[in-house]
Design a protein around this ligand. Structure first.
Ligand SMILES: Cc1cc2nc3c(=O)[nH]c(=O)nc-3n(C[C@H](O)[C@H](O)[C@H](O)COP(=O)(O)O)c2cc1C
Length: 207
C-alpha cells in the first residue's frame, strides 16, 4: 500500500488501553498505530495512562484540563482513528468510554464528532463472547458519533496466551497481520474523505 494519492500526510490517532502495565489492548493498538506510521502516517497515542489522566466526564462542567484539550484537539485534527478497548463485563471499559464521552466537545464542529473519519476498532477479552459483544458495542458508538467503522474489526482472545513479548511485539503472526490490515483500512479511507472535504461537492442540493 502506498499513500501517494494522499493530498497531505494523514494523521491517525490511537485511543485505548487499560491501566494495567503491559496492557495487551494498548500493545495491540500500538502495533496497529506503528504500522500506520510505517505506511507514512503521523500518529499520536492516547494509551491507558493518558486516558487515566482525563477527569470523569461531567456534562455540567465546561472548563477543560490541558490533557482534555490535547485529546479533543488531536481527534479534531485526525484523519482516522484506531480505537481499542478491553471487554469489561461484556462491554467497553469505563476508561475508554470516559474518553469517548469527552468527544461531546466536537458536537458543534463542522466535522461533527467522528464525521468523515474511518475508525478501526480493536478488542481484547478473555473469551470470544466478550470480544464479540464489545466489538459490536464499539462499532455502535462509532456509528452514533457519525464515524465509519472499517470493514475489519480486530478481536484478540487473551485468555491463557501471551500475544505480545516484553518489547510489545506481537508474537502471533495472524494477529499482527490483522492489526496491520486494520491500519491499512483506516488509512485507505483518509484520502477519500479528505478529497470529499476539499471539493465539498459530494452532495448536490436541488435548486
Ligand atoms: C473488570 C474486568 C472485567 C472483565 N470482563 C470480561 C468479560 O466480560 N469478558 C471477557 O471475555 N473478559 C473480561 N475481562 C478480561 C479482559 O477483557 C482481558 O483480560 C483483556 O485482555 C484485558 O486487557 P489488558 O491486557 O489491556 O488489560 C475482564 C477483565 C476485567 C479486569
Amino acid at each position: 500500500m502506498t499513500l501517494h494519492t494522499l493530498p497531505r500526510q494523514p494523521f491517525i490517532v490511537g485511543i485505548g488501553g487499560t491501566m494495567r502495565p503491559g496492557s495487551s489492548t494498548e500493545r495491540a493498538l500500538s502495533a496497529a498505530l506503528a504500522h500506520a506510521g510505517r505506511l507514512g502516517a503521523r500518529t499520536q497515542l492516547f494509551g491507558g495512562q493518558e486516558l487515566a489522566a482525563l477527569p470523569a466526564f461531567n456534562p455540567e462542567v465546561t472548563t477543560r484540563t490541558a490533557n482534555e484539550l490535547a485529546f479533543v484537539e488531536a481527534v479534531r485534527q485526525a484523519d482516522g482513528i484506531l480505537l481499542a478497548s478491553p471487554g469489561y463485563h461484556g462491554g467497553v471499559s469505563g476508561l475508554v468510554k470516559n474518553a469517548i464521552d469527552l468527544l461531546e466537545d466536537l458536537r458543534a464542529d463542522e466535522r461533527v464528532y467522528l464525521d468523515g473519519r474511518a475508525v478501526g476498532c480493536i478488542v481484547t477479552a478473555a473469551g470470544w463472547q466478550g470480544c464479540n459483544t464489545t466489538l459490536g458495542a464499539l462499532r455502535d458508538i462509532v456509528h452514533a458519533l457519525r464515524g465509519w467503522p472499517t470493514p475489519l474489526g480486530v478481536t484478540l482472545n487473551t485468555a491463557g496466551v501471551s500475544l505480545f513479548d516484553a518489547n510489545g511485539n506481537c508474537t502471533e503472526p495472524a494477529a499482527q497481520r490483522s492489526l496491520e490490515m486494520l491500519a491499512e483500512q483506516t488509512l485507505t479511507f483518509a484520502p477519500k474523505m479528505a478529497a470529499r472535504r476539499e471539493s465539498n461537492a459530494f452532495i448536490q442540493h436541488p435548486a
